[in-house]
Structures are given as structure tokens and as C-alpha cells.
Design a binder for this molecule. Structure first.
Ligand SMILES: [Zn+2]
Length: 246
């Protein structure tokens, strides 16, 4: 029970992996090794508070839809490009969850003869175009380790042809992934977040051109940079927590 005058409280919790936000269960995380952990129940039992619970990308997507770059839109994909690539999908304003299995855009194949992916397939989008993959691919081609995708971009801009090839290959792969989204879900807006989206025009200008070049006869989605910032996932979970109070 809360004292009179104190605002209602809730917990916002985000986790990676496969997350069934409707049941409040972290179904599977390859990196953290958990299976079917009933987080909502556990945290509610510990705190006595309502819990807004979801996948970090799904909740970041919710924050972008309600407060950020996709505010006021209905058909939206929020694609987060970092160590991996995943998407939060909204169809007519409703999240498309698939019990936690929807939105694994990083494992859609964009080049069947492309790089091997951790999931076992070849040519997955995130094996070519994630920030980690860009750095890894450049290091593999040149034998020179780099700090991250930003350094590959800087080298490309300074005239390094091998860096340019890796960067442009990532752009083409991302464009192919976005075209798949356009063909299947036809989002009006694709919001790009995560570390790579901070590359600004060096990403958005060629990516917008590459998507538009091949996308007809589908609706060409508008690409926008994420707005909410690094804590979008937590903010989205807080929004869910607020809904849990209501
Ligand atoms: Zn994969």
C-alpha cells in the first residue's frame, strides 16, 4: 500500500533474448544461458509492484513509437543495429510479438552466399551489417583490428578502399533487409537506432538511396534516426509499467 500523496510506482524491466512479454517470461537467452524465467512473477513477488516487462528492442521500439521518431505513425519498424540486429514491429499501431519470436530481422538472409552467422545460417543480415560485423569483416580482410564500425567508416571516408567496400556492403545488406520488411509488412516508417545509427548522413543518405532504388512496387518506407536515445529500452519498459498501474 502506498502512502497518500505518493505517486503510484511500478518496475520497468528489460531483458535480451527471446521474451514473451505477454506471459512475463524470459524464454531463452543464448548469451546469458537462461530458459523460461518467469521474471514478471519473480519481480512482483519481491517488490509488490506492477512490472512492465519486455525485450530491450521491443521496449525501445515502443518508446520511439509513443515519444520519439515514429510518434503518431501506425505501421512502423524500429530496427536497432548494434552488436546484433533486431526490430520492433508495429502493425496498425499494435506490436507484432509472435510470443517473443517476431522481429529477428538480423537473422533474415540477405545473401545466401554471405558470411556465416552465429545462428548457423549463411548470409544473415547481422553477419554482414551489424556494428560488430562491420569491424570484424574489416579486420578479416585487412588483418588490422579496429575499435569498431565507427573506425571502419572513418577509414572509408579517408580513402581506404577496403573499408569502403565493407561499409558499402553493410549498407547494401541493410537495404536488402529493409526491402524485405517493405515487401512483407510495408511500414510507413523505419526508425534506425543503436550505435550504427549515430553515423548520421554517412548511413542514412546511401541507405535511403539503396532502399528506394530497389523497393518498387512496394511502398518506400521513410527512414528516420531514432530520437529517444540510449535509454529508450528502459523508457519503453517504464511506459509498460505505467500501463500496468492503470
Ligand atoms: Zn543468423
Amino acid at each position: 500500500m502506498r502512502a497518500a500523496g505518493t505517486p503510484p510506482q511500478a518496475v520497468g524491466l528489460v531483458v535480451p533474448g527471446i521474451v514473451d512479454s505477454e506471459r512475463g517470461v524470459a524464454v531463452h537467452s543464448e548469451n546469458l544461458g537462461w530458459r523460461d524465467v518467469p521474471y514478471r512473477e519473480l519481480i512482483t513477488a519481491r517488490t509488490g509492484l506492477p512490472v512492465g516487462f519486455g525485450h530491450d528492442v521491443a521496449t525501445a521500439g515502443r518508446a520511439e513509437l509513443m515519444l520519439g521518431a515514429a510518434r503518431g505513425e501506425r505501421d512502423v519498424a524500429v530496427v536497432v543495429v548494434g552488436t546484433g540486429i533486431a526490430a520492433a514491429l508495429f502493425v496498425d499501431g499494435v506490436p507484432l510479438l509472435g510470443h517473443g519470436w517476431a522481429g529477428e530481422l538480423g537473422h533474415s538472409v540477405v545473401d545466401p552466399r554471405g558470411a556465416h552467422c552465429v545462428c548457423g545460417a549463411d548470409g544473415c543480415l547481422e553477419a554482414i551489417a551489424s556494428a560488430a560485423a562491420i569491424a570484424r569483416r574489416y579486420a578479416a580482410v585487412t588483418g588490422e583490428p579496429v575499435a569498431g564500425s565507427r573506425e571502419v567508416l572513418e577509414r572509408a571516408q579517408a580513402g581506404d578502399a577496403r573499408a569502403r567496400e565493407v561499409w558499402d556492403g553493410a549498407i547494401e545488406a541493410l537495404a536488402a533487409g529493409i526491402r524485405q520488411l517493405a515487401a512483407i509488412l510495408s511500414p510507413q516508417v523505419v526508425v534506425l537506432g543503436g550505435g550504427l545509427s549515430r553515423a548520421g548522413d554517412a548511413l542514412f543518405a546511401p541507405l535511403t538511396a539503396a532502399v528506394a532504388r530497389h523497393v518498387p512496387p512496394h511502398r518506400v518506407p521513410e527512414l528516420r534516426p531514432a530520437k529517444v536515445g540510449a535509454h529508450a529500452g528502459l523508457l519503453g519498459a517504464a511506459l509498460l509499467g505505467r500501463e500496468a498501474i492503470a
